[in-house]
Structure formats: C-alpha cells, structure tokens
Design a protein around this ligand. Structure first.
Ligand SMILES: *[C@@H]1O[C@H](CO)[C@@H](O)[C@H](O)[C@H]1NC(C)=O
Ligand SMILES: *[C@@H]1O[C@H](CO)[C@@H](O)[C@H](O)[C@H]1NC(C)=O
Ligand SMILES: *[C@@H]1O[C@H](CO)[C@@H](O)[C@H](O)[C@H]1NC(C)=O
Ligand SMILES: *[C@@H]1O[C@H](CO)[C@@H](O)[C@H](O)[C@H]1NC(C)=O
Ligand SMILES: *[C@@H]1O[C@H](CO)[C@@H](O)[C@H](O)[C@H]1NC(C)=O
Ligand SMILES: *[C@@H]1O[C@H](CO)[C@@H](O)[C@H](O)[C@H]1NC(C)=O
Ligand SMILES: *[C@@H]1O[C@H](CO)[C@@H](O)[C@H](O)[C@H]1NC(C)=O
Ligand SMILES: *[C@@H]1O[C@H](CO)[C@@H](O)[C@H](O)[C@H]1NC(C)=O
Ligand SMILES: *[C@@H]1O[C@H](CO)[C@@H](O)[C@H](O)[C@H]1NC(C)=O
Ligand SMILES: [Cu+2]
Length: 582
C-alpha cells in the first residue's frame, strides 16, 4: 500500500511566479500482471500497478508537477498517456508509442514528469498496443484550489467495458481476413472503477461532485441516477454553465462532472445506472450484462428505490453546453478535411481509413523525425505516407472537418489540445456549400468528440502547442485498425521548445528502433523501406477518396501533403459570412 501512496513535496518551480508554491507529487508505478476476477465471471491476467488492480487514481492540484516513476514489469514494451493534458513544451512526455517515444522495454524504467497546467477530470492509460483494454487505465483528477462551483464531497465513477480475453487475442480475431465486416470484439461486461460492486455514501443535504469517465475500449454508456437530477458542470476538463439533465450519453474517453444534491431523507437508497448502448455492437451475446449499476447509500438499512425507466434521449446534445470561460471563434487559416471509413483492403483485412489511408506506425517515432530532420521537418513526406502526417504552421487556426462515412459512431480525440466544436451536418460535407456552423460565439471546447454515423463535425483549434500529436478514434479497436493521423504542429518551433529524453533514446537502442531520420530511418526524402500499410483494393476508390487523392497529389507538388492551404477565394475555406451562418 505504501507504494500506491503519492509522495508530496513542496518545491518552488523555476517557471512559477515567486508567490505560487507548487507540489511535486510522485507515484511509483511498477506496471505488473495481476490475476483477478473483476466482473465475477472469470479470473484472468490483467495489467495492474504494483501488483494491485485496479490501478490507483492519480490525484493532483493545478500547478503541481506530476512525477510517475514507471518500471515495466510486464513482458511487452509499454507506455503511458495522460489523456487530455496539454503537455505544453512537454510533448516527449505524451506517451503514444512510436509517436513521441519508443515504448519502455520489459525490465526498463522511465520517469514521466508532467507539469500540471489544467484542472478537471482526466485519465491515464497505456498507449502501446491495446494495453488499456487489459486494465492499464485509471482516473487522473486535477483539483483547482478555487473551483468555479461549490460542492461538499466528490466521487469518481470510471465506467469501462470488460473482456475475458487479452487484447492481443481479441485483436488477432478482429484484424483478420475471417472478419471481413470488421465486427469489433464485444465486451463481456461493464464495470465501474474496474470492479462490479460500487457504493457511494451520501449524507443528506450535501452536494456531491461525481466525476464520470468513460474508459471503454468500445462501449458508449447512458448515465442516469434514480431520484436525483444531475447538473453537468464540466466536460473534458472545461467548466460549463450548469445544465440540469436526467440522463446523458458518454463516449469512450470523454469525461463529465455533475453536481448532485443529496436528498433530505435517508429513507431510500438509489441506483446509478450506466447503460451500454447496444448500437455499438454488431451482435449482443445473451450473457452480456448491458446495464451496470452502482448504489447511492444514504443508510445501509434503507430499501433500494425501484429502478426508474430511463429515457436515453433526455439529453444527447453536449454541443449545446456553454463554457464558463468564453473563447471567441477565430477564422481558420488552415482547412483540413478527413473522411473516416472502413473497407477491406488489399491485404483482405477490414481496416479503418482517413481519406483512404490506414495509419501504420513509422519506423522512427514521429517526434524524433521532427527533431532530427532540420528544415525538412516542415515537409510532411518525411513522416511517412502511412503515418498520415498533417503539418501545421505555428499559431495558425485550424479548422478540421471530420466526416464519418461509416455505419458506426466514432469518438475522435486530439492529443495536446481542447478544440471548439463549431458545427455539424449530415453526410459528407459538400465543400462547395457554406458549412452549417451552429455556434461561432462560445462553442463547447473538449478533447474528444463523438461523430455519429454518416454525419460530420467541424472543430477548430490553434496550433499553439509545438509537438507531434496523434488525432485518432478512441475506440481502441479502430485505432488499431488504423483510424489515426499524425498532427505535426509547428515543427520549425520544436527544436527550441522540446527536448528529447535520453532514457527514451536508450530504450530505442535497446529495442533496435532507429531514433533519427525520416519515417524510414533514412536521410532526406529517401523513404525507401518505410513501413507501408495495405491499400484500397483496385476499383474501390470512393468519390471522397478520389478528391482526397487529387489534393494529396496537388499538395505533394506544393510540398504540403494532405494539409491543404486553400485560398479563401477558392471557396473552400469558410468565409466570415459562412461562419455567421447558423
Ligand atoms: C517495484 O518492484 C521492485 C522489484 O520487484 C520492488 O523492489 C519495489 O518495491 C516495487 N515498487 C513498488 C512501488 O511496489
Ligand atoms: C498556477 O500558476 C499560474 C501561473 O504561474 C498562476 O497564475 C496561478 O495563480 C497558479 N494557480 C494556483 C492555483 O496556484
Ligand atoms: C485528492 O487531493 C485533494 C487535494 O490535495 C485532497 O483533498 C483529497 O482528499 C484527495 N483525494 C484522494 C482520493 O486522495
Ligand atoms: C531504472 O533503470 C536504470 C538504468 O537501467 C537502473 O540503474 C535503475 O536501477 C532502474 N530503477 C528501477 C527503480 O528499476
Ligand atoms: C463509453 O463509450 C463507449 C464508446 O463510445 C460507449 O459505447 C459506452 O457505452 C460508454 N460508457 C458509458 C458508461 O457511458
Ligand atoms: C432539503 O430541505 C431544505 C429545507 O427544508 C430545502 O430547502 C431543500 O430544498 C431540501 N432539499 C431537497 C433536495 O429536497
Ligand atoms: C438496459 O436499460 C435500458 C434502458 O433502461 C433498457 O431499455 C434495456 O432493456 C436494458 N437492457 C438490459 C439487457 O437489461
Ligand atoms: C535547408 O537546410 C540545408 C542544410 O542546412 C540548406 O542547405 C538548405 O538551403 C535549406 N533549405 C531551405 C529551403 O531552407
Ligand atoms: C452559442 O454559444 C453561446 C455562448 O456560449 C450560447 O449562449 C448560445 O446559446 C449558443 N448558441 C447555440 C445556437 O447553441
Ligand atoms: Cu471509431
């Protein structure tokens, strides 16, 4: 237990003003296998921390420095990603394997040092292979000494789906020529805080903040508390105007905080429901427990109030929530259009694509390519075709339109940022028409947005965080199927801002991974030997794909690959007038 207790020391950080004292909060985390039976249905090997499962929650305060001393005691390389943290100037601590680091080899150790510049509800999870599906995931709670909303107590409810097989087994079945429809592995159960039985003690009259995290690999849940309203106050670390709901949906990787006022009597206890949405599953086995509950306990001796009928449609429009701290919408000078679809590729396996490219890890982690290629680091070609690089100019405003041309819903996550959700529409956005913006005043900001099937969403963010940031679907199976792009943000600014951790480079050496040069480990534009993915089968180019291919070729000529710097007068960048269209 000692091991799981964070060590807090007071330190005066060089970059913090003389008045602000901040703590260094240290966690010693041996990443270990643990045998456990979290859903009571099957004992299995999971990935835990210090021989314990579930991994302990991380609990820090704004302006602290979080230090995690990781020792990899499992038999595969691994890495950790603190989901939702900006990691300003600290890209080398972001965690995705082969993007910002070589993974930590078995037996090796690495210290993640993360200055905490935000507050709210986050989570930390493995970012090599499907390690988080095997249990390597936990809450990361950041307190603000001056919270916007008053509450007396807080609880964290981390919902997650649970499988009985290890991720590697599931992945082999999923990415197989015998699964041509790309049916995802269906979980066996759902858990709250990675256990089955959860009780949350309520005292009459008190106000509770419930931090709700969806740590799922696949499932979307609908949250409801019998007998109590929920006031949403936070979305993905962004405080929002208090909004009362009965039920709301939460997709993989998203977080919400709600305030719940306790009743004045202790005469009943109540269920908290997390109903899995079966829409995500291709088939629902009879044995799957779709609806998970926790219990609000006022008095252990009191009876449970009867379960209520839940209307999943009560509140399904998080985009209508309003941030407490307004942020204006700035006209975009960069326009990126991505279309997600799934198709059987020329390796006969159903893969996920953005603009007909399925993501494949480069031979050299993309950050090391950016740091070692000199002025070529602004040329997307050096990151490799199948890393799907998008190079952004420092401080430019970027509009990204994400078209979901698939029958499933996808929660898309951008590392290193929150983005504004400025608009949405049906189908694939027709670039010749004005974009249907719905809020250009103070739209919701978040780091993971659900794009429902056959719709599109427009997001905006400023490229003000030099680094290499993955943009990907947070359904773990879809990330593994290639639904990702690499955002290379301000490569020209990186050498002055970022450092490369020598321990990471040692890990690259130990694993035989090259750590300089282009995506193929070569110099210049010679990409001979780069990792390549499967391509579309001949004749299956979608209309969108042809357009995307055309622009890829065009922009390759311009040396800009898939980032398309359209001119406003070509009508492809929404004009000021267009932005006012609601
Ligand atoms: C991590 O593992 C090492 C080696 O087994 C052990 O000495 C150490 O106490 C462990 N640390 C924690 C925090 O459990
Ligand atoms: C955090 O640090 C910032 C920048 O130094 C400072 O303005 C702010 O007051 C600090 N907040 C807290 C809660 O210490
Ligand atoms: C988390 O940290 C806050 C502030 O340091 C503290 O008040 C709280 O008790 C901690 N919670 C847990 C679960 O450790
Ligand atoms: C971390 O790795 C270094 C270098 O291999 C080694 O000297 C050190 O003992 C390791 N620390 C732990 C806690 O395993
Ligand atoms: C978590 O997200 C997934 C995928 O979006 C969803 O299917 C699942 O129901 C969500 N879980 C909860 C508790 O909302
Ligand atoms: C609890 O009682 C107080 C005082 O009678 C009242 O103002 C408040 O609305 C009640 N709260 C609830 C949740 O019923
Ligand atoms: C789960 O809950 C939903 C909504 O309350 C209900 O419609 C559905 O039948 C439940 N599913 C199961 C398997 O109990
Ligand atoms: C890039 O750098 C090389 C070597 O430092 C130099 O010769 C070349 O002129 C530079 N190219 C551009 C376009 O700045
Ligand atoms: C847009 O945002 C503003 C400010 O947050 C809010 O008041 C307004 O209701 C939103 N408009 C729409 C159409 O959602
Ligand atoms: Cu997806």
């Amino acid at each position: 237990m000692l091991a799981a207790t964070p060590v807090k020391t007071l330190a005066l950080l060089a970059l913090v003003s003389a008045a602000a004292h901040a703590a260094v909060v240290t966690y010693d985390w041996n990443i270990t296998y643990v045998n456990t039976n979290p859903d009571g249905l099957m004992e299995r090997r999971v990935i835990g921390i210090n021989g314990q499962f579930p991994p302990p929650a991380i609990n820090v305060t704004l302006n602290d420095t979080l230090v995690i001393n990781v020792v990899n005691q499992i038999s595969e390389p691994t890495s950790l990603h603190a989901h939702g943290l900006f990691q300003t100037g600290n890209n080398q601590m972001d965690g995705p394997s082969m993007v910002t680091q070589c993974p930590i080899p078995p037996g090796a150790n690495f210290t993640y040092t993360i200055p905490i510049e935000q507050y709210g509800t986050y989570w930390i999870h493995g970012h090599n292979k499907g390690h988080y599906v095997d249990g390597l995931r936990g809450p990361l709670i950041i307190h603000n000494p001056t919270e916007v909303y008053h509450y007396d107590e807080e609880y964290t409810l981390a919902f997650a789906d649970w499988y009985h097989d290890e991720h590697s087994v599931l992945l082999d079945d999923y990415l197989s020529m015998f699964n041509p429809t790309g049916a995802e592995p269906v979980p066996k159960s759902a858990l709250i805080n990675q256990v089955l039985d959860n009780k949350f003690s309520f005292v009459p009259g008190k106000v509770y903040r419930l931090r709700i995290i969806n740590m799922s690999a696949l499932a979307m849940f609908h949250i409801h508390i019998d007998g109590h309203d929920m006031d949403i106050i936070e979305v993905d670390g962004v405080d929002v105007q208090r909004t009362t709901v009965q039920t709301f949906p939460i997709s993989a990787a998203q977080r919400y905080s709600v305030l719940v006022t306790a009743k004045n009597t202790t005469s009943n206890n109540f269920l908290i429901h997390g109903d899995m949405d079966p829409e995500m599953f291709d088939s629902v086995p009879d044995t799957l427990q779709m609806n998970i509950t926790g219990t609000i306990v006022y008095d252990a001796a009191s009876p449970l109030a009867p379960a209520e009928l839940i209307d999943w449609g009560d509140f399904d429009d998080a985009a209508l929530l309003t941030p407490v701290t307004p942020m204006a919408v700035t006209p975009a000078d960069n326009h990126i259009s991505l279309t997600a679809s799934f198709q059987v590729m020329d390796d006969h396996i159903n893969k996920a694509t953005f603009n007909d490219i399925t993501y494949v890890l480069p031979k050299v982690p993309s950050l090391y390519t950016a740091m070692s290629m000199g002025n070529l680091s602004s040329n997307p070609e050096v990151y490799g075709t199948f890393a799907h690089p998008l190079v952004l100019k420092h401080n430019s405003w970027v509009e990204m339109i994400i078209n979901n041309n698939d029958a499933g819903n996808h929660p898309f996550h951008l590392h290193g940022h929150v983005f504004q959700v400025v608009g949405r529409g049906d189908g694939i956005y027709d670039e010749s028409t004005p974009y249907p913006y719905f809020n250009t005043t103070n739209p919701l900001r978040r780091d993971t947005v659900l794009v429902p099937s056959l719709t599109n969403v427009a997001i905006r963010f400023q490229a003000n965080n030099p680094g290499v940031w993955l943009f990907h679907c947070h359904i773990e199976w879809h990330l593994q199927a290639g639904l990702a792009t690499t955002i290379i943000e301000a490569p020209e600014a990186m050498p002055g801002v970022l450092t490369v951790d020598p321990t990471h480079l040692q890990h690259c050496k130990d694993l035989g991974i090259p750590f300089s040069g282009n995506a193929a480990g070569n110099q210049g534009l010679d990409l001979t030997g780069q990792n390549v993915g499967p391509n579309l089968l001949p004749g299956t180019f979608t209309a969108k794909g042809i357009v995307a291919l055309f622009f890829t070729v065009l922009s390759a000529v311009l040396g800009l690959a898939t980032v398309i710097w359209y001119a406003q007068d070509e009508g492809l960048v929404p004009s000021e007038e267009g932005e006012d269209t609601k």
